[in-house]
Ligand binder design. Structure first.
Ligand SMILES: [Zn+2]
Length: 488
């Protein structure tokens, strides 16, 4: 930044976007509001690197401080220690901005550095253990703190543990799901082996409720996972969001509507926000009414399902967001929804039924290990409340099965049965010759593809892990064969 005598003015160079360009007005007005005179100068600000587009209002505070320092209105010792971020209002108040957690995480290794943020962003900075930060409500307060240069103003972040127990707010408990034991069992297996799943059943059969319970039986998030997921949610915050920022302590459950656009699902757009798939990172992405989704939108999910990340390319470069989620989906068996219902008549023509199922592409289906039909619930069971096993109880078995997998895989590049390659799926099944013959016969009777066969082995492996068995047996395979409701 350069301020010199001459024709008064304020110029920003280095690809600022509109929000950054408008910061000129906010900054000049905010600086004036604290009684500093900077108008007689000609100020040029170079935003480096010049070829990277600068976006948003977070640069207001650094611009204001830069202007005050370069016109010698204020003196700051060791200015280079500070990193400033924050939006200014015209009257000099500091407003929170999105993405502060990302900035805080990137600074965590720099021990001398002090992050200066709006008070509204304190929660995010506090998550990064050991980070040194200063917060202020206004430009005036910020200037006072800088001039005082006292270590008493510097906070040291305590990290995630200061948020106490890992509470899973708002996740329904399986205890309240009655009469759906088959579906619960299928979801327990899905959770234990990190398998993607598809629920097929009549409208109102409880598919969505069951799926919503899923985060409650997955292992608790590690601190690293909490940071990763919260960081994405921090970037997705809208500037108008009044909700107090909270770290994402429980595995997310994201359920975008079937009309969701490509941008809202995978991210991007003019403001370059992460999409639902990234917001589901370390949690569950649930697609209700799967055949109603736009096909190209579903195809875009194949990248994150394979690599656990999403890259969005734009003229100015490529952005990569993490997106490692368990995918769940639900669909009716036919357009009217009742072809599997014993009490109601399906009104669909066979051709319409076939077309409906074909909307779900083969490659996507290939990545869904567990496909289960959800029978309509007997209405008399609704009178029974709170009788089922709790999610906490199911979670204990899931965690035990995950521990077995972690130990088995050691240094191999996968953590769960769902990630195994075909070669390892066969190796780790540990089947005797008889059991393997049974598996091959069953697969050929059901007309499974080679890929389908290995999916069968992976699911059977998870079932065996849940009962703590070292080898897959015929019972495990028979159960795994039941989770092929869509095909065969
Ligand atoms: Zn029908």
């Amino acid at each position: 930044m350069d301020s010199s005598q001459g024709l008064p003015g304020f110029t920003l160079v280095g690809l600022p976007d509109n929000a950054v360009r408008e910061s000129r007005e906010r900054v000049v007005s905010a600086v004036r509001s604290i009684g500093k005179v900077v108008t007689g100068f000609r100020t040029t600000v170079n935003l480096s690197p010049a070829d990277l587009r600068k976006e948003g209002s977070a640069l207001d505070l650094p611009l204001a401080i830069g202007m005050l320092v370069s016109t010698e209105e204020i003196q700051v010792e060791q200015l280079e220690r500070y990193v400033f971020v924050g939006e200014l209002s015209l009257d000099g108040l500091l407003k929170p901005v999105r993405g502060v957690l990302s900035i805080a995480m990137s600074l965590s290794a720099e021990r001398d550095c002090i992050l200066v943020i709006p008070r509204g962003n304190v929660q995010e900075a506090s998550l990064v253990e050991g980070l040194r930060f200063v917060c202020a409500d206004s430009l005036r307060e910020c200037v006072e703190i800088l001039e005082r240069n006292s270590s008493q103003d510097v906070n040291i972040a305590k990290g995630i543990s200061s948020y106490g127990a890992n509470v899973a707010d708002g996740i329904p408990d399986f205890r309240n799901v009655v009469g759906m034991d088959g579906v619960k069992r299928a979801l327990e297996i899905a959770a234990a082996g990190a398998h993607n799943f598809l629920l097929i059943g009549s409208p109102g059969a409880g598919k969505t409720l069951c799926a919503k319970c899923l985060p409650g039986i997955l292992p608790e998030m590690t601190e690293q996972e909490i940071l990763e997921t919260t960081r994405i949610h921090s970037c997705a915050r809208r500037s108008g969001d009044s909700d107090e920022f909270k770290p994402v302590m429980a595995r997310p459950f994201r359920s975008p509507h079937h009309s969701a656009s490509m941008v809202s699902l995978v991210g991007g757009g003019t403001r370059l926000l992460p999409g639902e798939a990234s917001l589901a990172h370390n949690g569950v992405l649930f697609l209700d009414e799967l055949p109603e989704f736009n096909r190209s939108v579903l195809e875009a999910l194949r990248e994150p399902m394979e690599d656990g990340k999403i890259s969005v390319s734009r003229a100015s470069g490529t952005v990569v967001w993490p997106a490692r989620f368990m995918m769940g989906a639900a669909m009716n068996p036919c357009p009217c929804g009742y072809s599997m219902d014993p009490k109601r008549e399906c009104t669909c023509l066979p051709e319409a039924r076939k077309r409906y199922r074909e909307k779900v592409s083969g490659p996507l289906l290939d990545r869904i290990d567990i496909q289960v039909s959800v029978p309509p619930v007997d209405a008399s069971l609704f009178a029974v409340r709170g009788e089922g096993e709790t999610s906490a109880g199911i979670r204990r078995r899931v965690c035990a099965a995950r521990d077995i997998q972690r130990e088995r895989f050691g240094n191999l590049p996968f953590k769960s049965n769902a990630e195994m390659t075909s070669e390892y799926a066969r190796k780790f099944a540990g089947m005797t010759a008889d059991v393997e013959r049974f598996a091959v016969n069953a697969a050929s009777k059901m007309d499974l593809s080679a890929r389908g066969y290995f999916r069968l082995l992976k699911v059977a492996r998870t079932i065996a892990d849940l009962r703590g068995a070292s080898a897959v047996d015929i019972m495990d395979l028979s159960e795994a064969l039941r989770y092929r409701a869509f095909r065969g």
